[in-house]
Design a protein around this ligand. Structure first.
Ligand code: ATP
Ligand code: MG
Length: 409
């Protein structure tokens, strides 16, 4: 069997991530997130969603913006190399299950957990022109928790600023499992699973469980876990999970805790040297026309102290240099430093390799996007397939959640 088919048989851990459809994606989105999403497809079962409800938390007054950008953003994703055969691409609002889980989780989530999320106060400060004193904006990290937990994602790729959201998700899952993981017949089912271990192992298990419960000894927990894993052949996967939960005194894991998947992504600077962001008006869109890209870069400011062509410059004061650090090889970088500091080259000369590199980077995106733009039905169909795939998983989780909470009457 070819390697590709073999690896398809092994279940791959699930990764979940989303992006808000608030405008055309720019090079910062590509280098900071999308490039990594494309890479993750090789190793993980990737679920990527259009976070249109999240867009509403800040853009609730701009419905046209979101409407216009949903499918355009999916085209940016496909253009960057997301493969709908391997990745599940879907739209959050098409799955009301997210809202149901959000509501159920909201009941037991202390207000303080949300108020303490660092991005909460930050964003309110930063986005002063919008009224973010809303219930939705406070709750959005909890909605994110629901997005993640509903797919039982193992990993969430995040930049540093978002780690606190994954941490909140873990706390929410832990609390849920603690409150509802035991269910009405938990003790009876745990006892039945324990009996399957046989007399000696069952006694050993009981000793470790007691020791861990009374003293919190990590060694007892490790011994107990090792024993359950060794006996896995005698147990169904549910029973294994049940016993592991029983051992920890935590009950069954209904909603597994995700881990943050940290990747080193540099912040991509914009045309003015500050972080590239569409709200700062300093961005280059992934699918900006070549003439527009060239224009933007030619007009881009350089070292403010290099006034005349004959003045030597200092790359560390120049935003173009930051682009060279992303886009140019060592030889070109040497040429820049040498030429700039000696006034051997002008600023337009210096910009040319960056212009060429960005145009070359964009060319395959533009080409792929064209086929999708010419065939919007195909894009809709990709989203349709992804949404249905996601729905199957989300429905199953909600069944488990309702059952755990005693809501299936
Ligand atoms: P913008 O900041 O342009 O208004 P946005 O606020 O809608 O866009 P974000 O949520 O800031 O979008 O970004 C989406 C993803 O892209 C995040 O993972 C973020 O870290 C990444 N990203 C955005 N801008 C940059 C950048 N300039 N450099 C690196 N990564 C970026
Ligand atoms: Mg932003």
């Amino acid at each position: 069997m070819p390697a590709r088919e073999l690896s398809a048989l092994r279940p791959r851990p699930r990764v979940l991530s989303g992006m808000r459809p608030t405008g055309a994606l720019h090079l910062g989105h590509y280098h900071g997130a999308l490039k990594n999403w494309v890479r993750l497809q090789d190793e993980y079962d990737c679920f990527y969603f259009v976070a249109d409800w999240h867009a509403l938390t800040t853009h609730y007054q701009d419905r046209e913006v979101i409407e216009r950008n949903v499918y355009d953003m999916v085209i940016d994703w496909l253009a960057a190399g997301l493969d709908p055969e391997r990745s599940t691409i879907f739209i959050q609002s098409r799955l009301p299950e997210h809202a149901e889980l959000f509501t159920l989780l909201a009941m037991g989530t202390p207000l303080g957990w949300l108020e303490r999320v660092p991005t909460y106060k930050d964003q309110i400060e930063k986005l002063k022109d919008r009224d973010l004193a809303t219930y939705g904006f406070l709750g959005y990290p909890l909605l994110q928790a629901a997005d993640i937990l509903i797919y039982k994602a193992a990993f969430v790729p995040v930049g540093e600023d978002q780690s606190s959201h994954v941490e909140l998700t873990r706390e929410v899952a832990r609390r849920f499992n603690h409150l509802y993981g035991r269910g009405a017949d938990f003790d009876a089912r745990a006892a039945a699973a324990q009996a399957k271990l046989g007399k000696d192992d069952s006694r050993y298990f009981e000793r470790q469980r007691k020791a861990f419960g009374e003293t919190g000894a990590a060694e007892a927990l490790a011994k107990g876990e090792a024993m359950v894993h060794k006996a896995a052949a005698l147990l169904s996967p549910e029973e294994t999970e049940l016993l592991l939960g029983h051992l920890r005194g935590a009950g069954r894991t209904v909603l597994p805790e995700p881990l943050a998947l940290h990747t080193d992504v540099a912040k991509l600077p914009g045309l003015d040297g500050a972080k590239m962001s569409k709200s700062y008006g300093n961005s280059i869109a992934m699918r900006d026309e070549p003439a527009v890209v060239t224009q933007k870069l030619k007009r881009m400011p350089t070292d403010p102290q290099r006034v005349r062509r004959t003045d030597p410059g200092d790359p560390t004061r120049c935003p173009v240099w930051q682009f060279h650090q992303v886009y140019s090889d060592a030889a070109t970088q040497d040429w820049v430093v040498q030429g700039c500091t000696s006034a051997g080259i002008g600023c337009l000369d210096c910009k040319q390799p960056v212009i060429d590199a960005i145009l070359a980077e964009q060319a395959p995106w533009r080409e792929r996007a064209e086929t999708f733009l010419a065939n919007p039905k195909q894009v809709q169909w990709i989203v349709e397939m992804g949404t249905e795939r996601a729905r199957t998983v989300a429905r199953q989780t909600m069944k488990d959640v309702r059952e755990a909470m005693g809501l299936n009457y």
